[in-house]
Design a protein around this ligand. Structure first.
Ligand SMILES: Nc1nc2c(ncn2[C@@H]2O[C@H](COP(=O)(O)OP(=O)(O)OP(=O)(O)O)[C@@H](O)[C@H]2O)c(=O)[nH]1
Ligand SMILES: [Zn+2]
Ligand SMILES: [Zn+2]
Length: 339
């Protein structure tokens, strides 16, 4: 259950590596082990944990997935069971019920106390994993960006434009978050950028473990910008630290000027707020000044940039911001990449 909205979070999370065709097949399990050790030295155990595993489908695609803590075990035998996708496979860890591995022990009798206990455990675990992600990003000189907005504000369109326009200046890697489909990852892949798609199933946000799982597959190169497109949702993503260096919130002119006032937590947590689709301003009763005032009211420190991925208006400022933030955070990596 999501600690924010109470929805049935992550009954089954799937990570699909669309960059896989460019990698040697045999590297997968090796990568997983190596990255697990490298990514989380502080925690002393696999950051992915026993509830994550990978396997290859007959079509050659590689899927890494996990089952959420609340998912009921679909088979009495943990060593050989069925998953939500239409196939089954064995698990090497015979006797380990990973469907139950993360379940907190609810010993308190008061239901309110039990709920709070569960929330604290989930958030604490997420924060630990986020700290490990952050440390790993820093050692690798990777600058990670968490893009958050409501559904359809224009995150993927902006990403695709950015990856295309900056391809010669910086290396990117992308983690795409959506409940379902590979649509956004396919759009990113078309630019030539390495990308994994995280499908959260019924989940309403990305969490730090999903980003770790994505990074294990993606292996963003040192000095790169890792763009993480969160699930389209103005509420829940704001609560989950992914280990990112910066947070960018997006809302479009078709959503109304008062989005930041209605969903203050997300916009309060952002370093930059993008006002997207401004090419539509002539057709809408949207007051740009009121929108900017709304952002400032909830987050006086945030930078605000109006832009349009369609016409290109405002994109130069966005690129300047992006590169300046990365250069400031990862000066060594920047120097390494310089021609
Ligand atoms: N007019 C206009 N349309 C845009 C612009 N950017 C995106 N769109 C359109 O808005 C729709 C949603 O864009 P996406 O980039 O898929 O939005 P998203 O935030 O990635 O959506 P989710 O991943 O579903 O949350 C698409 O039809 C885009 O073509 C823009 O700058 N101007
Ligand atoms: Zn939620
Ligand atoms: Zn998208």
């Amino acid at each position: 259950m999501c600690v924010t909205c109470g929805c049935d979070e992550g009954a089954s999370v799937t990570i699909t590596n669309l960059s896989h065709s460019e990698r040697p097949q045999s590297n997968l399990s090796q990568n997983k082990l190596t990255q697990s050790e490298a990514i989380d030295p502080a925690l002393g155990h696999s950051p992915i944990g026993s509830d994550w595993h990978s396997h290859q489908h007959p079509d050659g695609s590689v899927v890494v997935h996990r089952h959420g803590p609340a998912a009921p075990s679909p088979s009495p035998s943990p060593a050989h069971h069925h998953h939500s996708h239409p196939h089954h496979h064995d698990h090497p860890q015979a006797g380990l019920d990973h469907h139950l591995a993360d379940r907190p022990s609810l010993t308190a009798t008061d239901p309110v106390t039990q709920t709070l206990h569960l929330e604290a455990r989930l958030l604490d675990k997420n924060n630990q994993l986020a700290a490990a992600n952050r440390q790993w990003f820093q050692t690798q000189g990777i600058w990670a960006l968490n893009l958050m907005s409501g559904p359809g504000a224009g995150k993927t369109t902006l990403l695709v434009k950015t990856l295309t326009d900056l391809a010669d200046r910086v290396s990117f890697a992308v983690i795409e978050g959506d409940q379902a489909t590979l649509n956004d990852a396919e759009r990113v892949r078309a630019t030539g950028c390495p990308v994994v798609q995280v499908n959260t199933g019924t989940g309403c946000h990305l969490d730090a473990a999903m980003v770790q799982g994505g990074c294990q597959q993606l292996q963003p190169p040192p000095g790169s910008i890792l763009a993480i497109e969160n699930v389209g949702n103005l509420v829940c993503p704001a609560l989950f630290d992914l280990g990112e260096a910066s947070r960018v919130g997006i809302f479009s002119v078709t959503e109304g000027e008062d989005k930041p006032l209605k969903y203050p937590h997300l916009f309060r947590a952002c370093d930059l707020v993008l006002l997207s689709k401004i090419d539509l301003l002539p057709y809408l009763p949207f007051d740009l000044d009121r929108a900017i005032a709304a952002v400032k009211q909830v987050n006086p420190k945030a930078r605000i940039l109006p832009l349009s991925s369609l016409t290109g208006e405002g994109l130069a400022d966005w690129y300047d911001w992006l590169l300046a933030q990365r250069d400031r955070a990862c000066p060594v990596a920047t120097a390494d990449l310089a021609p």
